[in-house]
Design a protein. Structure first.
Length: 85
């Protein structure tokens, strides 16, 4: 999950999604993806939404640079987080 509007981080999130903000020298989203790859998970579905969803494709591309075998994107129309049933 890489959604949310990041309103508590405004004005930092004025131009992009909070998960793409840098932590040290890389976008925040790199850290969990690298952790998944190290754990042997190479097929990832990234769920995002909002006005900056396309920024993930620009930054992550197909995921190969991070060791991901298959990176899929899903767009979530409305906020709501994870809903477990």
């Amino acid at each position: 999950m890489a959604g949310g509007l990041g309103t508590r981080l405004y004005p930092l999130t004025y131009a992009t999604n909070k998960h793409l903000l840098p932590v040290y020298d890389r976008p925040m989203i790199f850290y969990p993806i690298e952790t998944l790859v190290r754990a042997g998970i190479k097929e990832i579905l990234l769920v995002t939404g909002g006005p900056y969803a396309g920024h993930f494709v620009r930054v992550l591309k197909n995921g190969k640079e991070l060791g991901v075998k298959h990176l899929e994107y899903a767009y979530q129309e409305n906020e709501g987080g994870l809903r477990m049933r």
